[in-house]
Design a protein around this ligand. Structure first.
Ligand code: 6CS
Length: 313
């Protein structure tokens, strides 16, 4: 069969590199073919999710930044400063987390989705037209965020005016001044030329970009066990591949940005400067418990236990 797989980025961006590895593994180990649909070919993130839920697509890669509107518990990834900055701890968390391997699959299943993998895409950085060193600098700054209520709350807590928009409207929005900034990993800031429409990159250290691969559940459950195993093994192999691929990627991307636009500034906030941003975490966490769905408390507790385990490993 030919299986259709859509994702939110271009072929040479992290989700595309993941998808290509997945395709390679599936095709090497079965008689099936995987047809890849990069960003823009089938619409925005919300569109490809609908297509996967209805079975037009067999696979979809969507980030919790968008899925949080569908599965409120997935918003947990937007409690700031929850995920570790340390890469080994981060990878250990994604590999072993019970939240990811047991709770989220149940929540995704309620939406007709088989969760195959969650993986990190890199440190999230803020890019703006004016420099940012404190929450006061974000006052009246319209920051585009993914369409996720808790992410909106977290930027409000940072002092900004959050503006949820689909990705496709971001570049134009910055150009026309509808928005004044946005956040994304360095590789994406570089590949989508966010440096052309913003002037300052600020490293708040508040998050790593999380994304997820899932299958239409009816499709997945209709497969024989051998095919299901091929798919899970391919998702696992692509995870290893994407972790290797990301080594040094942030630094390379920042260098490319500086080369393309020497006037761009990159500021890593000090611990002292980060403190007021970090202090918002408690309030955002409380908001998560209010709007994060029936299993919010369980998800948050398990997530913290998983993160402690990752820190000790
Ligand atoms: O900010 C966004 O909407 C996009 N960012 C990344 C890194 N991937 C896809 C997503 O649509």
């Amino acid at each position: 069969d030919t299986w259709r797989y859509a994702f939110e980025e271009a072929l040479d961006e992290v989700q595309g590199v993941y998808a290509q590895k997945f395709k390679e593994e599936v095709e090497a180990n079965s008689d099936h073919e995987v047809q890849l649909f990069p960003f823009g070919t089938l619409g925005e993130s919300d569109n490809i999710m609908e297509q996967a839920q209805s079975g037009i697509l067999q696979f979809v890669n969507q980030s919790p930044g968008f899925t949080g509107a569908l599965i409120p518990e997935a918003q947990v990834f937007f409690v700031p400063y929850l995920l570790p900055e340390d890469q080994d701890q981060l990878v250990s968390f994604f590999r072993n987390s019970e939240t990811i391997t047991s709770i989220f699959p149940e929540l995704y299943a309620e939406q007709g989705l088989e969760l195959l993998k969650m993986y990190p895409e890199g440190e999230v950085m803020l890019t703006t037209k004016t420099p940012v060193e404190s929450p006061a600098d974000l006052s009246d700054v319209k920051v585009r965020v993914m369409t996720n209520p808790l992410l909106v709350e977290s930027y409000r807590a940072f002092g900004a005016t959050p503006t949820p928009l689909p990705w496709g409207e971001t570049y134009g929005g910055l150009q026309t001044g509808i928005i004044d900034g946005q956040e994304n990993p360095a590789f994406f800031i570089e590949s989508t030329r966010m440096y052309e429409v913003t002037d300052h990159i600020t490293r708040l250290g508040h998050n790593n970009f999380t994304t997820a691969l899932m299958a239409n559940q009816e499709f997945f459950e209709g497969l024989d066990e051998a095919d299901q195993q091929v798919i899970q093994a391919a998702a696992d192999a692509a995870f290893d591949h994407i972790i290797d691929y990301q080594q040094g990627l942030t630094e390379t991307a920042l260098e490319a940005i500086m080369e393309a636009k020497p006037a761009m500034t990159v500021t890593t906030l000090t611990e002292e400067q980060r403190a007021p941003f970090r202090e918002t975490a408690g309030d955002v966490e409380a908001t998560f418990l209010e709007i994060g769905g029936p299993r919010a408390q369980e998800v948050l507790d398990q997530m913290k236990a998983d993160l402690e385990a990752a820190a000790a490993s």
